[in-house]
Design a protein around this ligand. Structure first.
Ligand SMILES: Cc1cc2nc3c(=O)[nH]c(=O)nc-3n(C[C@H](O)[C@H](O)[C@H](O)COP(=O)(O)OP(=O)(O)OC[C@H]3O[C@@H](n4cnc5c(N)ncnc54)[C@H](O)[C@@H]3O)c2cc1C
Length: 395
């Protein structure tokens, strides 16, 4: 049995930044990080962008030697926490060992949602979440002539842009009438679509995948519900994530679309916190719960959880989570609410991909989507959204 003050479960963005915050506050902190990932902590956004395109090295946050510089820190790779015996504050590990802790942070993130149709176990069908997934996809792309991407959301669109940048001509199949609809509204979605089509990406919307057909165990054709047949020598399925809540469920921690936390990131079990994609957090500014699947929120909540674990629960969630993406030569930023609005203004020029759409509801600014826009202006806009300012205050 290992004994520790702080146990961090997961080495993704929330877990890594939690550890970072802890070591900043106290380099001698007694801490254990347990992660099912076989690799030391790394960043995820490059996995669908520069790293996938072979334009940068593996995106590790720090070299492995860095962690051995902290004498009271233990990192267990390739190891899962299977259950937490909450009454004994003991985490049971997949390697048969256990960790007794004072406080624990669950930052188990999410895993790709699987597409369960006939043929989905054929070779050549990929999912993207980890560094090793990205390595496999990168290898397959080298041999591919006709890649197909199922899902026109965040990861699918970024991977399509990366493939097209490398000279491939991917086909994206999206079930909904528009691509990227959790991120941008229809007008911006249509703008992105036409830009992608100009770059050689074929986009099919309003079509769900019925099955995959293959030969000798390898995928060859994607068949849609309406009977379209699309040849594919590789398929990337990117249809969202499922939060990794099983550990919490098994341990008697409240779960409902993620692990439920209050504004201090506390779960219903004393001394156990949750952060990142897996946490369904009460946001006092909005007066409601939200589970957010983006980097900035994982970075913010990982650090916030550790501060509250160390100093007592004094700092409430107070953050406007923003999202970014890079596709071709466009840097996209989005913040706040971009779907539930009754008015909007557009500044800049859509044709030259330098513009911002600012959304309001009842006269109050609620969100924005910006393409290649000045970050200082966006910082100002983030403040205005947090202050619930009126649209007229943004000029
Ligand atoms: C390819 C890709 C590109 C992205 N690009 C962007 C972007 O451009 N902008 C943006 O805002 N967001 C982006 N995201 C989303 C962003 O990376 C996630 O929001 C972020 O990774 C969430 O961090 P997390 O720590 O909550 O979860 P994760 O990063 O998923 O980490 C979860 C960790 O928990 C571990 N784990 C799970 N279960 C257990 C267990 N039982 N025991 C021990 N360990 C466990 C996993 O191995 C992993 O280390 C991207 C995501 C991907 C996959």
């Amino acid at each position: 049995m290992i004994k520790t003050d702080i146990l961090i479960i997961g080495s993704g963005i929330a877990g890594y930044y939690a550890l970072n915050e802890l070591l900043k506050a106290n380099p001698d902190a007694n801490a254990v990080m347990v992660t099912s990932d076989p690799d030391y902590p790394y960043d995820r956004p490059p996995l669908s962008k520069e790293y996938l395109r072979g334009q940068r090295d593996k995106p590790f946050f720090k070299a492995p030697e860095y962690y051995s510089g902290f004498k009271n820190l233990k990192i267990l790779l390739n190891t899962s926490v299977e259950e937490i015996k909450t009454s004994k504050k003991e985490a049971i590990l997949s390697n048969g060992d256990s960790v007794e802790f004072e406080k624990a942070l669950i930052a188990t993130g999410g895993r790709p949602r699987r597409l369960n149709v006939s043929g989905s176990d054929l070779k050549g069908i990929y999912y993207l979440r980890t560094l090793r997934d990205s390595d496999e996809i990168k290898e397959a792309m080298k041999r591919s002539k006709n890649p197909v991407i199922v899902g026109g959301g965040f990861i699918g669109i970024e991977a399509a842009a990366s493939m097209a940048t490398l000279g491939l001509r991917p086909t994206v199949i999206e079930m909904l009438p528009h691509i990227w609809t959790t991120f941008v509204d229809e007008k911006v979605s249509e703008h992105i679509r036409s830009y992608f089509e100009k770059k050689g990406v074929k986009i099919i919307t309003g079509e769900a995948v019925k099955e995959f057909e293959g030969r000798e165990g390898k995928v060859e054709t994607v068949v849609t519900q309406s009977g379209k047949r699309i040849e594919a020598d590789m398929v990337l399925v990117a249809i969202g994530i499922v939060p990794n809540v099983e550990l919490a469920q098994k341990s008697g921690i409240d779960v409902n679309n993620g692990i439920l936390t209050d504004e201090y990131l506390r779960t219903n079990v004393k001394d156990i916190y949750a952060a990142g994609d897996v946490a369904n957090i009460y946001d006092p500014n909005l007066g409601k719960r939200r589970r957010i699947e983006h980097w900035n929120n994982a970075w913010y909540t990982g650090r916030l959880a550790i501060r509250n674990m160390l100093k007592g629960d004094i700092e409430a969630y107070n953050f406007l989570s923003t999202v970014w993406s890079d596709i071709f030569d466009i840097h996209i930023e989005s913040g706040g609410e971009t779907r539930d609005y009754d008015n909007y203004i557009i500044k800049g020029n859509m044709e030259s991909n330098k513009f911002i759409v600012v959304y309001s509801k009842g006269g109050t600014i609620v969100g924005y989507v910006a393409f290649n826009w000045d970050m200082k202006d966006l910082d100002r806009l983030n403040d205005l959204i947090m202050k619930k300012a009126s649209l007229s205050e943004y000029s």
